[in-house]
Design a protein around this ligand. Structure first.
Ligand code: NJP
Length: 230
């Protein structure tokens, strides 16, 4: 496809699913996560990346720029579900740093590159994997949903800012996906009917594939078994 896509949180779950689908479609992928030991896929380059650390983000962004990156998928994220009285400062920082600051730092590191691409008549694209709960909440979800509402706000503000340099911004909002999320294991019995990483990857691939004059603002997807009060 000629696309060069940077994907964060790419070592497993949704991120790895995105890597696998995009390389199968001919894209080159720069894939980052904290632990990328032993990971290899044709068409993908796996690099260590901690999105909460500015130095790590800078090193990853440097490689992505050198590869001519045209799209960024901010997927790295962590779950955290507990009643409010159990939320510690450390847990707050872990979740907000990964889900919100990580999205902000990673995007910030590529904005000048996307602006110079625009000056050369090229389109760039940003896809943030937030959540179906980036706009609704529930008991035990204070911290996680706060982070996802915030990540949604960052995404929408970036859509306004990026408009000036032709950046297409998409928010992908998955419901329950069968991954390693929040300490779980893929294939656990209660997760059999949940969305699969490939389903989210399909949404990302769709947003990347639309004609240049089209922007996909948001994709919200759930497994049929998930009942949702909108
Ligand atoms: O989770 P998991 P998912 N810097 O645990 C990486 C959202 N979501 O695929 O760094 C860089 O299988 C981690 O690698 P490592 C969710 O909020 C999910 O389900 O080596 N990377 C791994 O590759 C998140 O935004 C569900 O530990 C970091 C990956 O992130 C996204 O989907 C529902 C990192 C996590 O893989 C992917 O989550 C929903 C860091 N600091 C939204 N910290 C769902 N699964 O049901 C972690 O609504 N990673």
């Amino acid at each position: 496809s000629g696309r060069v896509v940077a994907v964060t949180g790419a070592s497993k779950g949704i991120g790895l699913g995105i890597v696998e689908l995009l390389v199968s479609q001919g894209a080159r992928v720069i894939a980052g996560a904290r632990d990328v030991d032993g990971l290899a896929r044709d068409g993908a380059e796996f690099l260590p990346l901690d999105v909460t650390r500015e130095d790590s983000v800078a090193a990853f962004a440097q490689v992505a720029r050198s590869a001519g990156v045209d799209s960024l998928v901010n997927n790295a994220g962590v779950g955290s579900f507990m009643p409010l009285q159990q939320i510690s400062v450390e847990e707050y920082r872990r979740v907000m740093d990964t889900n919100v600051l990580g999205t902000l730092l990673m995007t910030k590191a590529l904005v000048a590159h996307f602006q110079s691409r625009h000056a050369q008549g090229q389109v760039s694209q940003l896809i943030n994997i937030t959540s179906d709960v980036s706009a609704r909440t529930f008991a035990g979800g204070a911290l996680y949903t706060a982070s996802k509402y915030a990540q949604r706000a960052v995404t929408q503000a970036l859509a306004h800012e990026g408009h000036a340099y032709g950046l297409r911004v998409t928010e992908v909002r998955p419901g329950m996906v069968d991954t390693y999320f929040n300490g779980s294991e893929p294939g656990e019995p209660q997760k059999v009917a949940w969305l699969k990483p490939a389903d989210i990857a399909g949404a990302v691939a769709y947003a990347l594939s639309v004609p240049q004059h089209v922007r996909v603002d948001e994709i919200l997807l759930h497994p049929v078994v998930q009942d949702v009060a909108f």
